[in-house]
Design a protein around this ligand. Structure first.
Ligand SMILES: [Zn+2]
Ligand SMILES: [Zn+2]
Length: 373
């Protein structure tokens, strides 16, 4: 695609002010001639939608989004322009790339220099502090896009890139109804200080994208205790290789059951995505001494309410794990492209976005939604 084949206008889903409904309308495409060094223009194939986008549209997180806002942070497309005077670009024209939650990082601050790009003090967040992937042409940065290998569909890759977990749960909610996403889940497992053959508990393993956590954990050689409710979820978790299944709707003593399966010691780690405090309290109980509680949910308000006594007495590590750096994203995508991680998703159109938001808000969507753009 040459610059004069790039249209001047496109369709974009725009939220005018916090809390407003999202409207799909004509919006200018960034003039490729105006791209600065390091910037690129990506013609999107598709974009995933998740609860983060709802939080962005509602503006209910402690960190405020820009307005007007084009949301979306799980896009896959191809590079159609690269800013003039860009040097040493790791990606080239026509290459398929992904746009993730961390849209760009400065690579020069202390956090970036230590490889914690997600905590960059100058970070740009897709569909939050910069316009995201609910449009046909998005501006991105050559150093931040994730190259997408052959062997994975754009739609599946989009779901892997999704980063943030933020399902709004009532405080009494059990260990289910959580969403977890590929990159976040992969990094949480990577830093869980577990070894092959060790036990990882995944609450909500069959719901939302908990199924990704099960698959990554199995790929990494961990033994998985999957917790969720109902026959359908049981079948899914076991088909993905979960070593042990617990139905929270039937099991009266989840902690006791986990202890039993793990020779009385408890699990080595848990990847907890729930927004309810009960998920954390319970994890401290079922983890073994020196176990790791990987906290990856981003609820707007919930607080962590685990027993300090037992956290200390059992030498439990509570590890907040926020998305991942560029390398984590590449690894998460490469593993999926190898065929080891399959993603279940449902396709919709960009023009369906408001109804998708409505359904997400009502908790009516269990799996992943990907919009063709
Ligand atoms: Zn930085
Ligand atoms: Zn997402």
């Amino acid at each position: 695609m040459t610059n004069n084949q790039i249209p001047k206008t496109q369709k974009a889903a725009i939220v005018a002010v916090e809390g407003a409904s999202v409207q799909v309308k004509d919006h200018p495409v960034r003039d490729p001639e105006s791209l600065g060094p390091g910037e690129c223009l990506v013609k999107l194939h598709c974009s995933g939608v998740c609860h983060t986008d709802l939080h962005a549209a509602l503006g209910d997180w402690p960190v405020k989004p820009k307005t007007p806002l084009i949301g979306g942070h799980e896009g896959v497309g191809e590079i159609v322009a690269i800013g003039k005077n860009t040097t040493n670009s790791p990606v080239k024209m026509g290459q398929r790339v992904g746009i993730k939650w961390i849209a760009d990082s400065c690579l020069n601050c202390v956090q970036c220099r230590n490889g914690h790009e997600q905590n960059c003090i100058n970070v740009k967040l897709s569909g939050y502090t910069v316009d995201g992937t609910f449009q046909q042409y998005v501006v991105s940065w050559v150093n931040a896009v994730t190259p997408i290998p052959d062997g994975i569909e754009s739609e599946a890759a989009a779901s892997i890139l999704c980063a943030v977990s933020s399902y709004p749960l009532p405080p009494t909610a059990p260990l289910t109804n959580v969403t977890t996403k590929g990159l976040t889940v992969y990094r949480a497992l990577k830093y869980s200080e577990t070894n092959p053959h060790e036990w990882v508990v995944i609450p909500g393993a069959g719901g939302g994208l908990g199924h990704l956590a099960v698959q990554y954990a199995k790929y990494m050689g961990r033994r998985v205790i999957a917790i969720d409710g109902g026959e359908e979820k049981r079948k899914l978790c076991l088909s993905l290789g979960a070593d042990h299944w617990i139905d929270f709707t039937q099991c009266k003593d989840i902690v006791g059951e986990i202890k039993k399966v793990t020779d009385g010691y408890g699990a080595h780690a848990a990847v907890v995505t729930t927004a309810s405090t009960s998920g954390y309290v319970q994890a401290v109980d079922y983890l073994r001494d020196n176990g790791h509680l990987m906290a990856v949910g981003l609820p707007a308000k919930a607080t962590l309410d685990a027993s300090i006594f037992f956290t200390v007495f059992k030498s439990i590590t509570i590890h907040g794990s926020y998305v991942g750096n560029r390398q984590d994203a590449i690894e998460a995508i490469d593993i999926a492209a190898s065929g080891a991680v399959k993603c279940h998703y449902q396709m919709k159109k960009l023009s369906d976005i408001q109804s998708v938001y409505d359904d997400l808000g009502k908790g009516k969507i269990a799996g992943r939604i990907v919009l063709s753009v």
